[in-house]
Structures are given as structure tokens and as C-alpha cells.
Design a protein around this ligand. Structure first.
Ligand SMILES: Cc1cc2nc3c(=O)[nH]c(=O)nc-3n(C[C@H](O)[C@H](O)[C@H](O)COP(=O)(O)OP(=O)(O)OC[C@H]3O[C@@H](n4cnc5c(N)ncnc54)[C@H](O)[C@@H]3O)c2cc1C
Length: 294
């Protein structure tokens, strides 16, 4: 018989984790319970974080936004702070799973699963988000890009949980863009995805570019060469073609049942070309900070 624990507060959780250091944690269960159902994991005890209110919600602290790890994707999507300041994340969450999965699955679960196809990862990389990890007696903070060590591997230690994600509010005039290519329009894991945050000078040239791809390497891929190729340029087809060639060199995709390596490499560049079609923030009808979405 497997033990299942349902603590209602962090105060209840810490002694429980001391007594059951090897218990598997879960929040929505949409990854862990599926893996258990397939026989890929068989923990002796489960600790569900879903009832701990302190781990839920989105809050503003000065120039930062704090997202509780057990905030569901639906709640994130509906939150005005996310819509207003983090459209690149909202666009990604909109493509994640189905309404049912978004109602149960959490941002913390998506991060801790550390799948190269995890939809919230590329946006959190371009937003340079930080994670907050807590155990009974210690708090650690680190950038998301350091927290994710490889496919399915994070820096989390025994007795520790992910409590939240902290994001500095991006400047209001950035173009936020996320696009995911999957095998179908709904309920599809990313074959390739791209998150982009682009800032423009008043004369329309790029002054800042952050780009991150999902599903084309063991974890999220940044390509500083492509970012640099955009700086000081307009987002013309020629500029984007040059950057796309650099991206195709930088990625290291695998072939699997969803797509082969060559397709992923080609599409990772092609996704960048779409930026030429995106309306700029502040242009007709698009409020600053808001984004173009497919
Ligand atoms: C049908 C289906 C479709 C899906 N589609 C997508 C998709 O399109 N895109 C996508 O990215 N994902 C998709 N997923 C995967 C999944 O829904 C997401 O990754 C989701 O965000 C996981 O959140 P969760 O709370 O359910 O995670 P859980 O299953 O509860 O946990 C996942 C892992 O994270 C750990 N964990 C969870 N919370 C914490 C915490 N606070 N601290 C420490 N460890 C923690 C658990 O121990 C476990 O190892 C899909 C899943 C299903 C079943």
C-alpha cells in the first residue's frame, strides 16, 4: 500500500519531508501520475502539494512578479499581471495541453519535469526568471537556466521544494512572441518552440533580443550569435534569414517519433522568420507590452 500525504501548509510539510525524505512530490499530478501509470516510477510514498495555499497565486512585489509554484496554468493565463507584464508566458501557457490539463497542471510541475519540450521553459529563459527553492531551514534562489540541468534533471535536493518563480517586469515596449510547432493544433507536445523578447529603438532597429528554443536540444537552447545578428538591424527578411542560419547551426535536436532531427533543425530557423510579420508593440491597436499571438 502506498502512503499519500496531503499537507495543508508549509509548516505541516517540512516535518513530513524529514520523516519521508524519499517521498515523491506532486502538484497537479499530470506528469508524475502519468509516469506512475506507465510503470516508469513507483514511489513508496507520495506528498501532494496541491492543498498548500502559500504555494499558489501571482503577486507583484515592486518591479518583480512572484508566481507560486503550485499555480495552475489556467490561473496563470487568467491573471491580469501575467497578461499585462508577461505575455510571452501567457502565449506559451495557452498552447499547453488542454483546458483539463491546464486546470490541473502547474508551472512548478512543468519546470521540475524539466522536459526539453516543457512549454513554460523558453519564456522563463528569455524573461531571465529565477526559481526559489526551500527546505525546512534554507532558501536558495537561482536563475531558471541554472536550475534545469538536463532532460528531466534539476538542481533540486532531497527535502527541498520549488516554492516559486520570480520575474523582473520586462520593459513595457518589448515585442513578446511565442510559437510552438506540434503534430496537431491541440494537446500536442512541442516539436519545436520559440520564445522571443525583442526591444526596438524609436527608429525601428533592434536594441535588445532574447531568443530561446524548446525541443531542439537536451534542454532549452539560447543562441547568442543569432541574438547578436539582430542587434542594430531592422527585422527584415534578410536579417532574419542570416540569424536563422546561425540557429540551425547552434541547435542539437534528436529524431524521435514526433519529428526527425533535420525537420527540427529547419523549423528552428523558420520560426525566427515569422518575427518579420509581427506587428511592433505600440503599432495600431497593439498596446505596449502586449504581443502578437498566432
Ligand atoms: C495529456 C497531457 C498533455 C500535456 N501537454 C503538455 C503540453 O502541451 N506542454 C507541456 O509543457 N506539458 C504538457 N503536459 C505535461 C504536464 O501537464 C505539464 O508539465 C504540467 O505543467 C505538470 O504540472 P503538474 O503540477 O501536473 O506536475 P506533477 O505531475 O505534479 O509533477 C511533475 C514533477 O515535478 C515535481 N514537482 C511538482 N511540483 C513541485 C514543486 N513545487 N517542488 C518540487 N517538485 C515538484 C514532481 O515531483 C514531479 O517529478 C501534458 C500532460 C498530459 C497528461
Amino acid at each position: 500500500m502506498r502512503e499519500v500525504h496531503l499537507p495543508r501548509s508549509l509548516e505541516e510539510l517540512w516535518p513530513l519531508l524529514d520523516r519521508r525524505p524519499r517521498a515523491a512530490l506532486y502538484a497537479g499530478g499530470t506528469d508524475l501520475l502519468v509516469r506512475m501509470g506507465r510503470g516508469m516510477e513507483n514511489p513508496a510514498a507520495l506528498v501532494c502539494l496541491e492543498r498548500i495555499e502559500e504555494l499558489k497565486g501571482v503577486n507583484e512585489h515592486g518591479d518583480h512578479i512572484h508566481i507560486g509554484s503550485c499555480t495552475t496554468h489556467s490561473r496563470l493565463l487568467a491573471h491580469p499581471l501575467v497578461q499585462r507584464h508577461l505575455p510571452v508566458l501567457a502565449q506559451a501557457v495557452k498552447t499547453l495541453g488542454s483546458p483539463l490539463i491546464r486546470n490541473m497542471g502547474t508551472i512548478g510541475g512543468n519546470l521540475c519535469t524539466a522536459s526539453p519540450a516543457g512549454d513554460t521553459l523558453p519564456p522563463l529563459y528569455v524573461l531571465e526568471a529565477e526559481v526559489e527553492l526551500r527546505s525546512g531551514g534554507r532558501v536558495r534562489r537561482m536563475p531558471v537556466r541554472k536550475f534545469i540541468r538536463g532532460p528531466g534533471v534539476t538542481c533540486i535536493e532531497e527535502g527541498e521544494i520549488l516554492t516559486g518563480i520570480r520575474v523582473k517586469k520586462p520593459a513595457r515596449d518589448l515585442l513578446h512572441h511565442f510559437e510552438k510547432v506540434g503534430r496537431r493544433n491541440a494537446l500536442a507536445c512541442a516539436v519545436v518552440s520559440l520564445a522571443a523578447l525583442i526591444g526596438f529603438s524609436p527608429d525601428g532597429v533592434v536594441r535588445r533580443a532574447a531568443l530561446a528554443w524548446g525541443s531542439v536540444g537536451p534542454t532549452v537552447v539560447r543562441c547568442p550569435e543569432a541574438e547578436e545578428a539582430l542587434l542594430g538591424q531592422r527585422l527584415s527578411a534578410d536579417t532574419l534569414q542570416r540569424a536563422a542560419a546561425l540557429v540551425r547551426e547552434a541547435v542539437s535536436p534528436i529524431s524521435d517519433l514526433r519529428a526527425d532531427e533535420h525537420y527540427r533543425r529547419r523549423v528552428s530557423g523558420n520560426l525566427l522568420l515569422r518575427l518579420a510579420e509581427r506587428p511592433r508593440p505600440g503599432s495600431s491597436g497593439i498596446p505596449p507590452g502586449c504581443c502578437s499571438s498566432k
